[in-house]
Design a protein around this ligand. Structure first.
Ligand code: UD1
Ligand code: CA
Length: 452
């Protein structure tokens, strides 16, 4: 049978993360660990995928649903009694399926579809009862050791805590990823016993049990041991983040994006960039940001769920928040924050500005220190700046308000009423000017000081 189903184990506590957040929801490059695993799994196009949830299960399910994972089945493991027990709680789902079951742990986010596919292929080719993905590591501490027979088949798997000193010297370890003949797995699962250091039902014990009923258990050695690294604490979380971030940068560089310093560039997995974009150091691009060709981002800019159109310049030190759309060849300069605002083609906001809930027409010039006052504490209001308008420096635009096409707003104005097209408006107090006043004032003060 060639049918493939996938079971992802994600019920564990993640004690070593020391976190209120379930381990599998910790993000790397903006996506929960579990979602990385599910994305790799989805590439296999399995007939069904189920997730075993336990600790924080409501939060895990709700997060997956919110992020668009609607076709998953869930099995609940109320008490965490081991990876074998986790598979057992899904048995009614498993009984409705046939062929091959791929089991993956939810804390191995760097796994790729290609590696999983290679394991499935090897499993099917060999006719094994089970095939484990193993890896050779320098320091096997903590991992299950693969004990092989002379024919390179798995005799059994010994967990670190249960291993003898000799067994601990084995450097070929279990990655946690394995393919199983579903029918045979269901046959041996009830025979698992928690006779081990952790008093848990180990899925890995099913290997020896399969052998007892005459099934062969094989291994496939992983090409890249970094890919199968499990995340158990925040040090490993940061290491995985670095690896994944580097992979994302490399992917975009190969697609034609110039990334001046990949080590300080943070591009989330969900971002899309066109060829001939240039990204300068210290730039963070998040969410569903879309960046068009010939635009330049950074240095030191944050772009979150924003759209940057062709040839636009953003930065240095700019912040684009969700809903910002920077039109073709528009410029956003230092200390400018833009939220839910469209900046028209060729428009400029080069210094110290906040534009929120606004619509800025083509070629408009937004002077330094322009602020859209879009929020009165209760509601958000719109500011409209039409094409070719010129907003002088240090202007407050009290929304809702509209500045007409080609109008000029004098520096230092607080605009509370609509400005017609091509008009000049200056809303600032008339100057009070007293000739020599300062001179007289200083003289008087100095005489006073001397007489004291
Ligand atoms: C496990 C393997 C070990 C392997 C290592 C690879 C077992 C017994 N050991 O050890 O051979 O080298 O992974 O990283 O499987 N889980 C549940 N319910 C439970 C217990 C665990 O869903 O009751 C899930 C966890 O959420 C996790 C996975 O199973 O995703 C593995 O559990 P973990 O406790 O991390 O196992 P390791 O000690 O790392
Ligand atoms: Ca683990």
């Amino acid at each position: 049978m060639s049918a493939l189903s996938v079971l992802v184990l994600a019920a564990g506590q993640g004690t070593r993360m020391k976190s209120a957040l379930p381990k599998v929801l910790h993000p790397i490059c903006g996506r929960p660990l579990l979602e990385h695993v599910l994305t790799a799994v989805r590439g296999l196009k399995p007939e069904g995928t189920a997730v075993v949830v336990g600790v924080g299960r409501d939060q895990v399910c709700a997060t997956l649903e919110k992020r668009g994972w609607n076709e998953l089945a869930f099995a609940v493991q109320k008490e965490q009694r081991g990876s074998g027990h986790a598979v057992l709680v899904a048995r009614s789902w498993l009984k409705r399926r046939q062929g091959t079951l791929l089991v993956v742990y939810g804390d191995t986010p760097l796994l790729t579809t290609a590696t999983l596919a290679a394991l499935v292929k090897e499993h099917k080719r060999s006719g094994n009862a089970a095939t484990f993905l193993a890896m050779d590591v320098k320091d096997p501490t903590g991992y299950g050791r693969m004990i092989l027979d002379v024919d390179d088949a798995v005799e059994r798997i010994v967990e670190h805590k249960d291993a003898t000193p000799d067994e601990r010297r084995v450097t070929l370890v279990n990655t946690g990823v394995a393919c199983w003949d579903l029918k045979k797995l269901l046959q041996v699962l009830p025979k698992l016993r928690p006779n081990n250091a952790k008093h848990e039902y180990y899925l890995t014990d099913a290997a020896a049990l399969l052998r007892q009923i005459g099934g062969r258990v094989g291994v496939l050695r992983a090409q890249d041991s970094g890919e199968t690294q499990g995340i158990n604490n925040r040090v490993e979380l940061a290491q995985a983040e670095t690896v994944f971030r580097q992979k994302i940068c490399e992917r975009w560089m190969r697609e034609g994006v110039t990334i001046v310093d990949p080590a300080t560039t943070y591009i989330e997995a969900s971002v899309e960039l066109a060829p001939d974009v240039t990204v300068y150091p210290g730039t963070v691009i998040r969410g569903k940001s879309r960046i068009a060709a010939f635009s330049e981002l950074g240095p030191y800019s944050v772009i979150d769920d924003a759209i940057v159109e062709e040839g636009a310049k953003v930065g240095p030190f700019a912040r684009l928040r969700p809903g910002a759309v920077i039109g073709p060849h528009a410029h956003v300069g230092n200390f400018v924050e833009i939220k839910k605002t469209r900046l028209g083609a060729g428009a400029k906001a080069n210094h110290l500005t906040y534009l929120g809930d606004a619509e800025v027409g083509p070629r408009a010039n937004i002077g330094a220190g322009t602020i859209t006052c879009n929020y009165d504490g209760f509601t958000k209001s719109q500011t409209i700046i039409e094409a070719d308008a010129f907003i002088g420096s240090n202007t407050n635009l009290v929304a809702p308000v509209r500045v007409g096409h080609g109008a000029i707003v004098g520096a230092g104005s607080t605009i509370t009423k609509d400005v017609p097209a091509d008009a000049l408006v200056v809303e600032r107090a008339r100057p009070i000017l007293k000739e020599k006043w300062a001179y007289e004032f200083r003289k008087k003060q100095q005489t006073k000081k001397r007489t004291v």
